[in-house]
Write a protein that binds this ligand. Sequence first.
Ligand code: HEM
Length: 417
Amino acid sequence: MKSPFHVSVADPQVVPLVYGIASKFRKSGFYSLSVPFYEGKPLDNMFTAVDPGLHRALRAPTVQVFSMTNLRNYEKPIDECTEILMKMLHDVDGQVIDYTEWFQWYAFDVISSITFQSRLGFLEKMGDVDEMFEGSSTFAYYFGVLGQLPWLHPYLLGNQLLLKVMTTLFPDAPDPTGKLFTNIEREIQRYDQEEKLSDRKDFLSQLRAKDDPDREGHKRDLMNSLSNNIKTPRAYKTLVSDILEAQQAGRLSSIIKYDEAQKLPFLQAVIKEALRLHAPTCFPLERIVPAEGTQIGGYFVPGGCVISTMAPLMNKNKEVFGADAEEFRPERWLNQDSERLKLMERTFFTFGHGSRSCIGKNIALLEITKLVPQILREFDVSWASPKKEWTTESYWFCMQKDVVFRFTARDGGKAEE
Ligand code: HEM
């Protein structure tokens, strides 16, 4: 193997070259670990497809489904989950809870409501369903570590025979992919057999109506906005006073609508700043340098090399975001001249860039934009951990742990119906 094999780049100027729409840099072997098995055979999805033609064929029919215009139709299933979560929080009024778990239940139920028109029941159960969290954490760990040695994958979880033997020998071992895909498969079969004639409007029905073969089940969604804001008292105060002012002025419904939350500029800045500082996808987004090689920052990088950059690096670039780029300061998104703001937007890498950028971005933003003000309107939220900081673990996703809050209901925190 020639050296160097993997080049990691911090310069924002490489982003359009490596990740831009017309880029010839394809995804690396890292992504092959994410290819699911369907009916015993590997089946690429939008996230894993390397060939640009296949990727276009998978992505193009879904673009409209994931558009913000279409997503607004999904406020109702999100609201149903929000009502359940709010009731649960009121039931533990004044107590201390680890919010990461609660919001993970919420996020999983929201995505399944939107996708299959039915909640998987994480919130009701207040726990894992079909060991999906456990499976996805095991898979994230495997993906993060073995993704650095992708040639080993066909001999490990990429080997169906080995998997069958392991499941027989150790039936209680975490199942890194199986349960999630089994659930997706079951829902597709349910739709195909029973519900084609119904007027379902969920994602699955829209995608099946287009005969889209993609069955990806990306479901990760994080809500860093709360944690960051609560740990920064000045920002917390401004945000809460904006939300309560809007409520007093009668500008917020009982379950806050996306359009209403969008009219709160400080909230938008808080969300952006939290996603900038704590990008949920924090691994390098690996691409292969095309055969002819490329010039980067005055160096020649030969064809076949892996090249990458990642959100934690791009999003904290001091030349773009300022000398205080490591700090949580939502105002940076509000008090900027338009040229600087454009540069910040272009460099913001949380959802990737170009034709392979996150197609689920609007779902994530819809969910966060509605939930954060809903919680802060109804509760005063304070840090209640014996530790000074929360901890993080990064395997592709940057998972927060020990995010312990006290939720105390506000007097009159609920809007009139
Ligand atoms: C805050 C939440 C999320 C973050 C930070 C995030 C981040 C990302 C990033 C960085 C990529 C680019 C990966 C790469 O270039 O290798 C990506 C791709 C993707 N994301 Fe997300 N994501 C989020 C939520 C979602 C949701 C909710 C869905 C689906 C419902 C989703 C579906 C996808 C898909 C299908 C791709 C592959 C797109 C393609 O290659 O064309 N994501 N995401």
